[in-house]
Design a protein around this ligand. Structure first.
Ligand code: SF4
Ligand code: SF4
Length: 386
């Protein structure tokens, strides 16, 4: 199998561009000082990672986002880091040749393949809602997961079901975590990169981390990389000063909007949305909030079903959702993650039954005490994670 740097050089990527990519990636991942050199060294010696990319019920926006990365060399370097053996939108092969390439990769890389998925998976009507080469999506996903070492769920549809899962969800669409939790597909380590679409640098940085260090970066309780989903859009928003000062635009064309005031009253979901838009910016230029539109909350589970995009968050929700969500995640991480894993979506017990189970004291490992309010925060967190 080919090494990364010689291939990059062969295809016209200079060492300078390669080192620049490594420095940027180390910075995005908030790695400690000196990590850029270690990353560059590891990547230069790393073997290319075999990747099969499956696209199910999706709009191709996630792939489009990746290929429109603003840093000029990122997507090119990305394709030097991985061996992209199958991808509908990006591969040259079509028809039977494409399917043969996928099957050959599954056979040759069994147990060490990285599976990337965008789009949700339909489970209704016997899988008839979406098929690829005559095979329903659920069956294809299960077969590919069987050969995979881990899976990257790219975009809100793959992570949480997204638009196809919006009520009334006619196709029975589900994200990967839910399919695993329900035992419909084999379980594998899962990284969620939600967003509609996700930020391209988040995708490339996570892949680079996996190739260089053989593992994924640190994840939160929902399987999202903390480096990109550890803060809300609101935390680093360029309009935050106006929020603190109580200066809110009332319409999209009033003097406040033109002066860059906070968009909370125009429906901004930044306070309850974890994503790196405020720090990374799209195409390195701007982000939706900075350019005048409220955050829609596109990287959160169920965002299509949370009412109008332009309805303001309820005041208590705006003020309390963030600390409550963090509190629930912290309770889970402290008490549950060591046995049940970092993503609570895989718990066998339905969320509503967890408080009774904990209070019953039936399971020795569950006999821990919770402060007032922690149980509700944990319950809210478990419900949101599912
Ligand atoms: S509410 Fe929205 S516009 Fe206002 S500071 Fe927060 S993220 Fe920015
Ligand atoms: S600002 Fe909000 S809606 Fe827009 S891309 Fe970022 S998380 Fe999604």
């Amino acid at each position: 199998m080919n090494r990364t740097l010689p291939i990059a050089s062969d295809r016209g990527v200079s060492r300078r561009a390669f080192l620049k990519f490594c420095a940027l990636t180390a910075s995005l991942l908030a790695l400690p000082p000196g990590a850029a050199a270690i990353l560059a060294d590891s990547l230069a010696r790393a073997r290319r990672l075999p990747v099969v990319w499956l696209s199910f019920q999706e709009c191709t926006g996630c792939t489009e986002s990746l290929t429109r990365s603003s840093a000029p060399s990122i997507e090119r370097l990305l394709f030097e880091l991985i061996s992209l053996d199958y991808s509908h939108p990006l591969q040259a092969a079509a028809g039977a040749a494409a399917e043969q390439a996928r099957e050959a990769s599954l056979a040759a890389n069994h147990g060490r393949l990285l599976l990337v998925v965008d789009g949700s998976v339909p489970t209704a009507l016997g899988g008839a809602c979406s098929t690829i080469a005559g095979e329903d999506n659920l069956s294809l996903l299960a077969r590919c997961l069987d050969a995979a070492e881990a899976v990257l769920a790219v975009g809100t549809c793959a992570a949480f079901g997204g638009l196809p899962a919006a009520a009334p969800n006619p196709t029975g669409a589900m994200g990967i975590a839910e399919l695993m939790a329900q035992g419909l597909v084999p379980r594998r380590p899962l990284v969620n990169l939600p967003g509609c679409p996700p930020i391209p640098e988040a995708m490339s940085a996570v892949l680079a981390h996996r190739v260089a260090f053989g593992r994924f970066p640190e994840l939160d309780a929902q399987g999202r990389p903390l480096a990109f989903y550890g803060e809300t859009v609101h935390d680093r928003c360029s309009r935050r000063g106006h929020y603190e000062a109580g200066r809110f635009a009332k319409t999209f064309d009033d003097a406040g909007a033109r002066a860059g005031w906070c968009l909370l009253e125009l429906g901004c979901k930044g306070p309850t949305t974890r994503n790196a838009c405020s720090t990374l910016r799209w195409n390195g230029v701007s982000n939706p909030v900075e350019s005048g539109h409220p955050c829609l909350g596109c990287s959160e589970a169920g965002f299509w079903d949370r009412g109008s995009f332009y309805a303001p968050l309820a005041a208590p929700a705006a003020a309390a959702a963030e600390p409550q969500a963090r509190r629930g995640a912290a309770v889970y991480d402290r008490n549950c993650a060591s046995c049940h894993g970092s993503a609570p979506g895989g718990l066998a017990t339905p969320a509503d039954e967890v408080p009774a189970l904990l209070r019953s004291g039936k399971v020795r490992a569950h006999r821990f005490s919770l402060k007032d309010g922690d149980m509700q925060a944990l319950l809210d967190h478990l419900k949101e994670a599912r």
